[in-house]
Ligand binder design. Structure first.
Ligand code: SF4
Ligand code: SF4
Length: 924
């Protein structure tokens, strides 16, 4: 007989304790507090300052209990439970003490419960009732010692210190969970109160508007401005960035009225950033498209956005709009061949939408001309990752970060672009002793927390990474066994980096050699290190080289294929990983199966019942040239906005205006939709079912919470209807049915079914329905066999500064906005927090040019000019200016360089040569 089971129980017994609470025997896990032991056993103890996600505080003194052998009353939230302990939680003396404590709190509380937004959900009121304190006594007790003016400065929430009970949950949440340190307890004794850093109104403080404090406040001291209880909540996923935070949409009268972070969500554990928390009112925006639109005959595309909608388009029925689109696409195919049509799929849409779109392009139109915005952000990750490991996705998971000893962040402003990951890293640094290296030309927030900062010049990443590897090899810190057992190509790489001495690298990058050496030693000596990177690495003409260099450093130190290590490209849009997985790319079917592989082609031909072609199509960044060259005549754009997202926008505009036929499918009349011949109104994320795949390869369910406005439909439904008009029946009844087809054709999604995705989704590869999903990749081997080193030589950016254009322009995102602003600029809170685009410049450059804060400046490149107000900041190093790309009124991409990485075809958004002149003085 096996002895495994009894031993296992013995092991488990070591982890548990037994105690007696209110004469009941209770079993608890070792390490819990008395309060937690009681709560877990279903024994209620009132408390106002306890929060399971925060450290024990013992501030409110309501959770007092009697413990045999201990003198007086002890706070149960700070007392560890021990074996054999005997606890009483409800004696007359305890209740009397609690009553006095609550009455004292109430006496210092000015709130008028009837008028308070939180009255239905106030924890203080609930506890007062529990302790039998009558409502009229509550009213009589309330007198307060100080009266505060209510802080209404923030567009999303109100801060009313008159209702604050000093439980400090908000302060602790701000410091311990999101690590923004925007508030603290000021003063002592009776004067104690919560204050922002610098005691400013919240909107003028360093508050990041994440709302973590609001979500944790037990009373009405911090409440959203429009607090109304929803009638129901629907679990889904945030529609903004690739972190993939799990949320509950609050619904009332068929409208989304609130968002709450899901405490069980593995990506966010209840936290959200400013966009996820407050940026959802775009769903109900009056500018939502509600009916198909057809361009009025004779109205040119040049009429653009300056006209009124009804002067450019007329509303049409679905039948009329679909027929027109079908006939025009069939005509183009007949006259010029299938390759005269291209389509852009969407990283904002679901996996099911993207799957149906690429199937439509391949099986109905008959071309591989399908791509999407991954080309503009992480195409080089896919190419470089496949070259090094055989796979281009993030190798590790967020849960892995909990085991990472050293984070190396290069080319990612993580706290602005992936805020929840930014907070996770800050927590690891603050509470777990992890260390951080930051390499970024700009002074980003995480740099303040770094053990070593490497402020390299834009576009010198390869030289920097080669320099780090030079020092690691020189000092014997490479992982020799890993290199021998699991890699190839080491010698070539070693020979090349031999030339990248710290002195040579300092000359190229501007990074002092001592800092380079310190960072190399830190990385080489770490037991577990991971590299996180963003578009600062990928958006270069050397983007693929940069990614290969990142991979080299991981292979060199054996920091891949183990827990706590890894290759972490931080994907941009909510479903950019999924859109790539679904084959919305010109060279691969779903699951990265190559279009020119005969066996793969045959498989899809059999499944889809049609002939397919094996010639890869054109990329997003080649489409404009192909239109201007007359090869592409028709374009179908689903949920993308190339009129703001492409580099060298004037070139894009010329191309789109020359198209014979343009269909745009979107939720708003985007800058691109204004140029369309037919516009299809689509459902937003909250109005449809499906899945998104986040940056850690986690496939998560999104669920319909409200109906789409007017006649808008789910994207896959629109495409299916168009396919039918073009003679091919897509008979999908639901998104779940589409996922079953995806799973049947896509080995990495083979085990994905809606019914399996439950609370937290599954991470691919997940080859069959019994597979639990894969937390981190490459444990037993790389997808390509051995990990491959590449000898990568530094190549300067395509465009260098000159006398005429002496500044480097680099572009990126900011915390409050998203991509081309179609959603975030239609959110009142986000718009109010950050209303317009700016040009960020260093104080040194500003002084040299005679500019002052708020001046209206004109930035010129070889490709165009843009005006925007100036913001002088130390974040920009001398010689480098920064512009976010979210505003059409200050469209940074008018200026950016459309030179491409030769392999990934990603443009060099991060380095353009520009000049700046003052237009006129304007004080903001
Ligand atoms: S909103 Fe976020 S950053 Fe601002 S005070 Fe609250 S927790 Fe801190
Ligand atoms: S971090 Fe990303 S996914 Fe999470 S709430 Fe913010 S925008 Fe949404």
């Amino acid at each position: 007989m096996s002895t495994a089971a009894p031993n296992k129980f013995k092991e488990m017994e070591k982890d548990i304790i037994k105690l007696t609470i209110n004469d009941r025997q209770v079993i608890a896990k070792k390490g819990v507090t008395v309060l937690e032991a009681a709560l877990n056993a279903g024994i209620y103890i009132p408390t106002l300052c306890y929060d399971p996600d925060l450290k024990p505080y013992g501030g409110c003194r309501l959770c007092v209990v009697e413990i045999e052998g201990m003198w007086g009353l002890v706070s149960s939230c700070t007392t560890p439970a021990t074996d054999g302990m005997v606890v009483q939680t409800e004696t007359p003396s305890i209740n009397q003490t609690r009553r006095i404590t609550v009455e004292l709190i109430i006496a210092n509380h000015h709130g008028d419960c009837l008028a308070c937004a939180k009255s239905q959900d106030c924890e203080l009121l609930k506890i007062a009732r529990y302790l039998g304190i009558e409502e009229d006594r509550v009213e009589r007790l309330r007198k307060g010692t100080q009266v505060f003016s209510v802080d209404k400065s923030h567009p999303a929430f109100i801060r009313d210190l008159n209702k604050c009970i000093l439980c400090a949950r908000c302060v602790r949440a701000c410091q311990e969970i999101v690590c923004h340190d925007a508030i603290d307890i000021a003063f002592r004794g009776n004067l104690a109160r919560i204050a922002t850093f610098g005691d400013k109104p919240i909107a003028e403080s360093i508050c990041k508007s994440c709302g973590e404090c609001v979500a944790r406040c037990p009373t009405g001291a911090l409440v959203p401005k429009w607090e109304k209880p929803p009638a129901e909540e629907v679990k889904t996923v945030c529609p903004y960035c690739g972190v993939g935070c799990s949320i509950y949409l609050g619904v009332l009268d068929n409208r989304v009225i609130s968002v709450r972070g899901d405490p069980q969500g593995s990506a966010n554990r209840g936290s959200l950033c400013v966009k996820g928390r407050w940026g959802y009112d775009f769903i109900n925006h009056p500018e939502r498209l509600t009916a198909p639109l057809i361009r009025i005959p004779g109205v040119s595309r040049g009429a653009g956005q300056n006209g009124k909608v009804h002067e450019i388009f007329h509303e049409a029925s679905w039948d009329e709009a679909l027929k027109l689109a079908a006939n025009k696409l069939l005509e183009l195919r007949e006259a010029h061949g299938a390759d005269s049509i291209a389509a852009l799929s969407s990283a904002k849409c679901t996996n099911e939408d993207n799957y149906v779109m690429q199937k439509f392009v391949r099986a109905v139109i008959g071309t591989n001309n399908i791509d999407h915005c991954a080309r503009l952000c992480h195409a080089s990750t896919v190419v470089g990752g496949i070259a090094a490991f055989g796979q281009g996705a993030m190798s590790n998971s967020y849960s892995d970060f909990e085991k990472t000893e050293l984070f190396f962040i290069i080319g990612s402003n993580t706290t602005e672009c992936h805020p929840i990951i930014g907070s996770t890293i800050k927590r690891r640094l603050r509470f777990a002793g992890a260390k951080l290296i930051v390499a970024d030309p700009r002074s980003i927030e995480l740099g303040e927390h770094a053990a070593v900062r490497l402020p390299h010049k834009p576009g010198t990443d390869v030289a920097l990474l080669n320099g780090l590897m030079h020092v690691i090899i020189r000092d014997g810190l490479e992982d020799k066994e890993f290199i021998r057992e699991r890699t190839e190509g080491f010698e070539d790489m070693r020979r090349l980096v031999e030339r990248y001495t710290p002195e040579a690298v300092e000359a190229i990058t501007g990074v002092p050699k001592s800092d380079l050496e310190a960072a190399a030693r830190l990385f080489g000596e770490a037991k577990s290190a991971c590299i996180l990177y963003g578009m600062g690495i990928t958006q270069h003409t050397t983007g693929t080289d940069n990614v290969k260099s990142v991979a080299n450093l991981l292979l060199l130190t054996g920091n891949i294929g183990r827990e706590g290590t890894g290759f972490s490209p931080l994907r941009g849009q909510n479903n950019v990983q999924g859109a790539c997985d679904m084959g919305a790319l010109p060279n691969v079917y779903p699951g990265y199966q190559k279009v020119d592989d005969p066996a793969v082609k045959k498989k899809f031909e059999t499944a889809w019942g049609c002939k397919l072609i094996d010639r890869p199509g054109v990329t997003v960044t080649e489409i404009a040239d192909a239109i201007l060259g007359g090869e592409i005549k028709g374009l179908y754009v689903m949920g993308e906005n190339p009129m703001l997202s492409e580099p060298h926008l004037e070139h894009t505009r010329q191309a789109l205006e020359q198209l014979e036929f343009l269909v745009v499918q979107d939720i708003f009349l985007s800058e691109t939709a204004w140029l369309a011949d037919v516009v299809f109104p689509a459902a937003a994320f909250a109005e449809k079912d499906g899945t998104f795949t986040n940056t850690e390869r986690r496939i998560q369910r999104i669920r319909q919470a409200v109906p789409p406005p007017g006649e808008a439909k789910a994207d896959w439904g629109i495409i299916s209807a168009l396919a039918e008009k073009m003679g091919k029946r897509f008979s999908y009844q639901s998104a779940g049915q589409i996922m079953e087809e995806i799973a049947s054709l896509t080995p990495i999604y083979g085990g994905i079914r809606f019914w399996r995705l439950g609370q937290d989704g599954l991470q691919w590869p997940c080859p069959d329905t019994s597979h639990p999903g894969t937390c981190f990749l490459y444990q037993d081997g790389f997808a390509r066999g051995r990990g491959k080193f590449h000898a990568v030589e530094y190549i300067p950016p395509a465009e260098l500064i000159s006398k005429k254009y002496p500044l480097v322009l680099t572009t990126g995102r900011i915390l409050e906005h998203w991509h081309t602003g179609t959603m975030s600029r239609r959110s009142n809170v986000l718009n109010e927090l950050y209303p317009n685009g700016v040009v960020e410049m260093s104080p040194i450059d500003a002084a040299r040019l005679g500019f002052i804060e708020g001046d209206l400046v004109v930035v010129n490149s070889k490709r165009g000019r843009v005006e925007a107000p100036l913001h002088i900041t130390e974040k920009s190093p001398p010689g480098v200016i920064f512009m976010p790309f979210h505003w059409r009124e200050a469209a940074a991409n008018i200026l950016t360089n459309d030179a491409l990485d030769p392999l990934a075809k990603i443009p060099e958004y991060k380095v353009s040569a520009v000049n700046a002149v003052r237009r006129r003085k304007k004080i903001r």
